[in-house]
Design a protein around this ligand. Structure first.
Ligand code: TSB
Ligand code: ZN
Length: 588
């Protein structure tokens, strides 16, 4: 998709279209008042206070019609510059615009407004010359948005739209939106019964259904095995901690707005944990360590709770209850480079296994001038940042640097991916930390018998199972590689009356080999059952007729393919066994 914001011409067009939208809304809902209507990456929106009225998705067409009518009328868009006093006077009945004007400084910015026909809006501009230029636009959706993004404020209505200067560009954009909707993990998750939400459980608290649980279990087994081979030790720790634990770690002071509130039980004050690091620090501290023990790698599939704004919560991608594929690596300063390299290699290895190609490494560094935001030890920061850079260069991975994006406690490497819908998100992360081991007074004995403080690497390869699953659903469009697919094989006897028993035997054979298999011997037409197997996205469909029964063979069809292959049951089993064991991406 084109980034409209970065294209000056489209930017002006979209911003002008936001005004056109506001004018049309004003015609249809005279009581409407307008907050702000900015251009965004893929179009524009306008936040509107409609009083008692509510705009629904089905009202957008009527608003669009009104916009077309105004555009056809072709009024000029006229700019007027005002003093602050004049602006306050002009918008005296509009509390939203007054709020904006009151915060403006005349010395620093020109206050201007733009008028088209019967509609005037406070705006910096620029705009197109006449509304006639706005031809190819579409309103896309409507949602709620708190005034100034503050949940204590009134909920406004946000209408999204997009405008292009050529018809085919708009058409192309709308097609892309349609495709993205098809891929959206929330849609596939519902269609394939992978997860659900229920308001009795709460927003951002998905329930994993049996099909989704199979995928998750496979992911857990997969990464657990990798981590075992790399010398990780997994633990189980509770998903609550006391307030004092988080005071010790510093989260209570620096991360509290992302945490669920405290709950009191007897005399103890608990919080649901937002991170697992404090627990793992205590696991490390449970015994003395020598430099010879390091690196120590403590891993956990750990449930965390974070307060995410209700508007930000999204399917499995952004949740309030998540499970991290977490580990904390305790190393000597000399081991930072080597251990970091192993983490990057693990990330590359995993992405290769899943066929993930479209991602970006972001190296987040400190802003040297910002002494407040960052832990104060220039030498240590320089060393650490250079080390991470050195490793990335040595591995030859492409990355970009983000100055001022590092955490308070150290530099980090994140992997950014783009979901079907919405802004980029972080999947994997690896964060260096010099502070937490100090806060917990961790130590090891070095080669000279001296007490030293270890460095910690926080790392999550999948990020969370939740977000990674969301991403994989979208990457595969719900056609999972066989090793991950909730149902791997569907068995369809052409005529259940004649081949039913044979089909049952094939099912049992596959079940014995731990293949996830389903029999479809319903009394429905073959075409209907085949179509359904296709839409349910099962990798293999086995079709059994008289010939197969006579010859003791099976005929299978791979998802999305027309041709059918006939082989012996044993050969099929062997083929599947290899495909699953190698986690092949053959049906991708
Ligand atoms: C890696 N303490 C570290 C840990 O040791 C940590 O918590 N890092 S984190 O805050 O970056 O979170 C780890 C990963 O969780 C992120 O990279 C991201 O992929 C995932 N994640 C973060 N917030 C959410 C959320 N609300 N929903 C789903 N996944 C999330
Ligand atoms: Zn951590």
């Amino acid at each position: 998709m084109i980034n409209i914001k970065e294209n000056e011409k489209l930017n002006i067009l979209n911003h002008s279209c936001a005004h056109l939208l506001a004018q049309a809304v004003k015609h249809l809902y005279p009581k409407a008042m307008f907050w702000v209507g900015p251009v965004i990456e893929d179009g524009f929106y306008y936040d509107i206070d409609l009083g008692e009225d509510v705009i629904k998705e089905e009202d957008l067409e009527k608003i669009e019609k009104e916009m077309k009518k105004i555009a056809k009328d072709g009024k000029r868009i006229v700019r007027e510059e005002l003093s602050k006093e004049e602006a306050l006077e002009k918008f005296t009945n509009d509390p939203y615009k007054l709020d904006l004007i009151e915060r403006m400084n005349e010395e620093e910015q020109v206050i201007s407004c733009y008028t088209q026909g019967d509609f005037t809006d406070l705006c910096r501009g620029p705009h197109v010359d006449t509304v006639k230029e706005l031809k190819y636009f579409k309103l896309l959706k409507v949602s709620g948005a708190y005034w100034k993004a503050d949940a204590n404020n009134k909920m406004l209505q946000r209408i999204y739209g997009v405008c292009y200067d050529k018809e085919d560009e708009l058409h192309h954009h709308l097609q892309e939106i349609e495709e993205a909707k098809e891929r959206d993990h929330r849609r596939i998750g519902k269609d394939q019964e992978l997860f659900m939400n229920h308001k009795l459980v709460g927003s951002g608290m998905p329930l994993w259904l049996p099909n989704g649980a199979i995928i998750r279990k496979q992911l857990e087994n997969y990464i657990y095995e990798k981590e075992q081979k790399l010398g990780y030790n997994h633990v189980y720790t509770p998903c609550v901690g006391t307030v004092d634990l988080y005071k010790t770690s510093g989260h209570w002071d620096h991360y509290q707005e992302n945490m669920f509130p405290m709950m009191k039980v007897d005399e103890e004050e608990f919080v649901l944990r937002p991170m697992n690091c404090p627990h793992h620090m205590l696991v490390y501290k449970n015994k003395m360590h020598s430099y010879r023990d390091l690196p120590i790698r403590i891993g956990e599939f750990a449930t965390d709770f974070r307060y995410e704004a209700s508007g930000a919560v999204k399917g499995l991608e952004r949740v309030r209850c998540m499970c991290q594929n977490d580990a904390h690596l305790f190393v000597t300063p000399d081991q930072i480079g080597e251990e970091f390299e192993k983490v990057v290699n693990l990330i590359l290895d995993v992405y290769h296994d899943f066929g993930i190609k479209d991602y970006k490494f972001r190296l987040s560094l400190r802003d040297k001038n910002d002494k407040e935001k960052y832990f104060d030890d220039d030498e240590m920061w320089d060393k650490a940042e250079n080390k991470l850079r050195e490793v990335l260069n040595h591995l030859g991975v492409e990355y970009f640097e983000a100055v001022g994006e590092a955490a308070f406690y150290g530099p980090k490497l994140d992997v950014e991916v783009r979901p079907a819908v919405g802004p980029e998100v972080t999947l994997s992360t690896c964060q260096l930390d010099f502070l937490l081991p100090r806060n917990f007074e961790l130590s090891y004995i070095d080669a000279h018998g001296e007490k030293k403080i270890p460095v910690v690497l926080h790392r999550a390869i999948f990020g969370t199972f939740d977000r990674f699953t969301a991403f994989i659903i979208e990457e595969t469009k719900g056609v999972f590689p066989t090793w991950l697919a909730p149902v791997q094989v569907k068995v369809i006897p052409i005529n259940p009356e004649y081949q039913g028993d044979y089909a049952q035997g094939v099912v049992e054979l596959l079940q014995q080999a731990n293949i996830r298999v389903e029999l479809d011997d319903r009394n429905e037409k073959l075409g209907y059952r085949l179509r359904e197997a296709q839409t349910s996205k099962v990798p293999y469909t086995i079709i059994l007729g008289d010939q197969e029964k006579e010859n003791n063979t099976i005929s299978y069809r791979l998802h999305g393919k027309k041709e059918t292959t006939t082989i012996t049951k044993e050969d099929f089993l062997e083929k599947l066994r290899i495909e699953i064991a190698t986690k092949a991406l053959t049906n991708q």
